[in-house]
Design a protein around this ligand. Structure first.
Ligand SMILES: [Zn+2]
Length: 257
């Protein structure tokens, strides 16, 4: 059994076949997933998906692309959404200096406020970091973030080691299967295994076998197979390990076998 810790199954890309996609995931052992919000409407839709589907939990947050929409009213909405059943995290929140869709100071402010919100609500924080590794780690430290998941990890080994020293969780996505991504494979080989979790980030970032197509939760299995090989583990051992890690972080109920 596996948990997909980052699946945007609330997106319209899944409107034609959402139930079928969840069925395909279940058929290959993806027992639970977290639908992650990235602005208020997407966060609401994530909460609705969690209400509708037993295997779906939700995260609510505002992505750095939409950091300009973060104000007191937005925060109050997030606070309300976070109290809904099956909401298990704040996020995704963070910094994106690759696309720079919002000014960096605005991104930093929205990120700081969501770090504080996660602490206030005693929820883990799902962090988006693209080309902003140092600044992300710096803000997390300054705001004394407590329970952190670095989603779709894209830093180097030095950053990963700093994350492990701070007891952050590191989530590995499809890029670990890309031929050029030896850096990420090396990080997995050296991973602090009790802080390792898996994700698809679907509909984005399909594993190598599905590049150019829409990603979906069932494809987590390909990422898991790659990681099991890198760690010299059987697939079921990796499933147990990463499921336990995700359950601990998000305080999820035991999976039905
Ligand atoms: Zn995402």
């Amino acid at each position: 059994m596996f948990i997909d810790t980052h699946a945007h199954i609330q997106m319209r890309e899944f409107d034609p076949d959402r139930a079928e996609a969840l069925g395909r995931a279940k058929a290959v052992g993806i027992g639970l997933m977290i639908a992650v919000g990235y602005h208020l409407a997407a966060s609401r839709k994530a909460v609705e998906a969690a209400q509708r589907y037993p295997q779906v939990y939700a995260g609510v947050g505002i992505h750095p692309h939409d950091a300009g929409t973060y104000d007191d009213a937005a925060e109050e909405t997030l606070r309300d959404l976070a109290k809904q059943p099956k909401v298990v995290a704040i996020g995704e929140a963070g910094l994106d200096f690759f696309r720079d869709r919002a000014p960096r100071a605005v991104q930093a402010d929205a990120f700081r406020r969501q770090i504080r919100l996660a602490r206030e609500l005693d929820l883990p924080l799902i962090v988006h970091d693209r080309d902003a590794h140092q600044e992300t780690m710096q803000l997390l430290k300054e705001e004394a973030a407590q329970e952190v998941l670095l989603h779709c990890f894209s830093g180097d080994l030095v950053m990963a080691e700093e994350a492990w020293r701070r007891d952050y969780y590191v989530s590995i996505a499809g890029p670990v299967t890309y031929p050029k991504n030896e850096t990420l494979r090396e990080i997995v080989r050296k991973a602090k295994t009790d802080r390792l979790v898996l994700e698809t980030d679907c509909p984005y970032l399909p594993p190598q076998a599905f590049r150019g197509q829409r990603n979906e939760p069932a494809h987590l299995l390909h990422t898991a197979q790659e990681i099991a090989g890198l760690l010299g583990m059987r697939l079921d051992e990796l499933g147990r390990l990463t499921t336990e890690n995700a359950r601990r972080l998000f305080r999820l109920p035991p999976l039905e076998q």
